[in-house]
Write a protein that binds this ligand. Structure first.
Ligand code: SAH
Ligand code: SF4
Length: 387
């Protein structure tokens, strides 16, 4: 136990990816350009704007291609930050494509620091990228595979934005401004609890949603949380992102087991924070995620209780068939039970889509993500100890 705690702390304090420009908000980039090259603030803002467009609208991977940047500055940028291609993109350690078109990427940010992201194409030309906010998770929701992996560390803004960029490379979706892009939405539903890494998530959203950045509007960015109540208001105010709540139970006794953070922030507090979430309205409804676990939370009485709990909150309810993982302690509810549950919720006036499991054949579905990061780190340490 002591060893793993030490490992976690040490890993969280590791230096991030080499200091570069990717992942800096406009304000931070302008300050860095001033510091590094002695530009005055007006110059720095103008250069930031140009560099933003090249990096995020066009996806260039070398400073040499930034044709409206002066020759001298291009040379200085290259000298100071090296080749963008080396620092701007995480390495794709593995890529799998499901029979349904879902693409799962295992990304390596630094040795032993790996996380997954999943691209889920929708009908027509749209699709969502499910990004990770942490390597592992500190919470232990009992139905979630990531929850069995300890937290290795938070991902930096550069590493979160890097997930979007690497997938855009793979889908050949540059420039970002072109119509008909398939990567239209971002969901923070990969590994980790985004509200325990809100500073970095918030900066990443700033870059992703910037028109000269990746140009994905805040209304198409959804942050999913297990219910870290004290951070919810700041999330809404700083990011104006859409909110999804991992609810999964309609009473505290059961939610304490399924989503143990409920013991700290019980249902009444969580729902109150939803009622007052900044910007919530019928046009900006909160999504409640409800994983369907056979014989655990799927009765008709619970469907009715769910409806009464959410009274007064502009909401839609996403029913997620449980995705199994090796040795998982639950089973997915029968299809018929899920449909009956959906009917009750639907008749009460809530949209209640049943989420079709995507990418199950490559273990890319919700809650199936887990990397070997900790194991690798532990074995690396053992190797070091032996030599
Ligand atoms: N930590 C955040 C975001 C990541 S989890 C959160 O908990 O909301 C993303 C979603 O996948 C959550 O709604 C989570 O409850 C759900 N999920 C986790 N494991 C699952 C599984 N095995 N089957 C189906 N959904 C799962
Ligand atoms: Fe962490 Fe979310 Fe999984 Fe819970 S469901 S263990 S909060 S990633």
């Amino acid at each position: 136990m002591t060893v793993s705690l030490d490992l976690n702390t040490a890993a969280r304090n590791l230096p991030d990816t080499p200091k570069g420009l990717i992942g800096l908000t406009r304000e931070k980039m302008a300050t860095q350009l001033s510091d590094d090259f002695g530009l005055d603030s007006k110059q720095a803002r103008m250069r930031t704007s140009q560099i933003f467009r090249w990096l995020y609208n066009f996806g260039v991977t070398d400073f040499g291609s930034m044709s409206n940047v002066s020759k001298n500055l291009k040379a200085s940028l290259t000298q100071r930050y090296g080749q963008l291609s080396e620092i701007a993109r995480p390495e794709i350690a593995e890529r799998q494509i499901s029979t349904d078109g879902t693409r799962k990427y295992l990304l390596r940010f630094a040795p032993g620091i790996e996380a997954e992201c999943v691209f889920i194409p929708d009908v027509g030309r749209s699709g969502a990228l499910c990004v990770s906010s942490q390597v592992g998770c500190t919470l232990n929701c009992t139905f979630c595979h990531t929850g069995t992996q300890k937290l290795v560390r938070n991902l930096t803004p550069a590493e979160i934005v890097g997930q979007v960029m690497v997938v855009k490379d793979d889908l050949e979706e540059w420039p970002s401004t072109e119509h008909g892009r398939q990567l239209t939405n971002i969901v923070f539903m990969g590994m980790g609890e985004p509200l325990y890494n809100l500073d970095n998530v918030s900066e990443a959203i700033e870059i992703i949603s910037d028109n000269e950045g990746l140009g994905i509007s805040r209304r198409r960015i959804t942050v999913s949380t297990s219910g870290i109540v004290p951070e919810m208001e700041r999330l809404g105010e700083e990011t104006q992102a859409m909110l999804a709540i991992s609810l999964h139970a309609t009473n505290d006794d059961l939610r304490d087991v399924l989503v143990p953070i409920n013991r700290k922030y019980p249902l009444a507090q969580l729902l109150e924070a939803c009622r007052t979430y900044p910007g919530v309205s019928n046009a900006r409804r909160i999504t409640f995620e409800y994983v369907m676990l056979k014989g655990v939370n799927d009765s008709k009485a619970e469907a009715r209780k769910l409806v009464s709990l959410l009274k007064g909150i502009p909401a839609k309810i996403n029913l997620i068939p449980f995705n199994p993982w090796p040795d998982s302690p639950y089973e997915c509810s029968d299809w018929e039970t899920i449909e009956e549950f959906a009917d009750i919720v639907n008749r009460a006036g809530y949209a209640s889509p049943i989420r079709t499991p995507r990418g199950r054949d490559i273990a890319a579905a919700c809650g199936q993500l887990k990397t070997e990061s900790i194991k690798q780190r532990a074995s690396e340490r053992r190797k070091e100890a032996l030599t």
